[in-house]
Design a protein around this ligand. Sequence first.
Ligand code: ATP
Ligand code: TZP
Ligand code: MG
Ligand code: MG
Length: 264
Amino acid sequence: MSYLSKVRESNPLVHNITNIVVANFSANGLLALGASPFMADAHEEVVDIAAFSSAVVLNIGTLNDYAIQSMVLAGQSANKHGVPLVLDPVGAGATSYRTAVTQKLVNEMQITALRGNVAEVANVIGESWSIKGVDAGEGDGDIVVLAETAARKLGCVVIITGKDDVITNGDNTYIASNGHPILTKVTGTGCLLSAVVGAFLAVSEGASLEAAGEALSFYGVAAEIAAELTTGQGTGSFQIEFLNQLSLVTAETYQDKSIIKQLR
Ligand code: ATP
Ligand code: TZP
Ligand code: MG
Ligand code: MG
């Protein structure tokens, strides 16, 4: 059975500590997919919520010290209870605070999957890559080598997204090429993707790389269909149709349209 079908069948609870920009979009995207979102960051409850969730997703998009402490508590609880843990290091490298926070998070907990743009992932492992705000900047490094280095260093799956996406655990590496440029014109499409990866990991039974690869293909194909159906309309129409497609795309459809190749 596909991981998508398992998500829709088991409706996994996904605990999100996320930013104020994308909380609603991420919750609606997870619901559309077939998962069950829970946005919560109070210190008094995150340990319990992480423990009974099927995945925990941490996103530093609008960080502050309170939220960071929430993330440490939730992340460590997820680790203690064997719950898959995703980190989206939004804007790592844009300020020294963000860089320090992401490095603290990866040092204090074991991440299952790190998902970010190239500059963010580089900065998490202390390599320099230019970044402007929360959007990736230009760089001249090898993205595949960077992803594999980060995966080995952090002992997790690393997903670097952009026009093509690199998905690796340091030993095996895939390039996924579905998607559409209009995704870059709707805020939160990276953040929602990280949450969707969490939902797929929730049903992965340890096969994190395979589940992440499927999540990327599913997401990219849903975006392609939504873009096609809203051709000539604005980004608002695309955003709504994209949510529709997250609920409508079947495993057969994305397996048929998926463009993913294994490098090693
Ligand atoms: P950034 O802030 O740098 O845009 P992000 O966190 O928003 O990063 P993206 O890299 O934009 O995340 O990835 C979100 C989704 O958009 C992924 O599915 C990715 O494959 C897709 N995507 C991004 N850029 C393109 C593009 N030029 N063409 C097709 N798909 C893209
Ligand atoms: N500012 C802080 S977090 C955020 C913005 C605009 C959302 C970023 O979302 P994404 O998914 O990285 O585009
Ligand atoms: Mg983007
Ligand atoms: Mg992002």
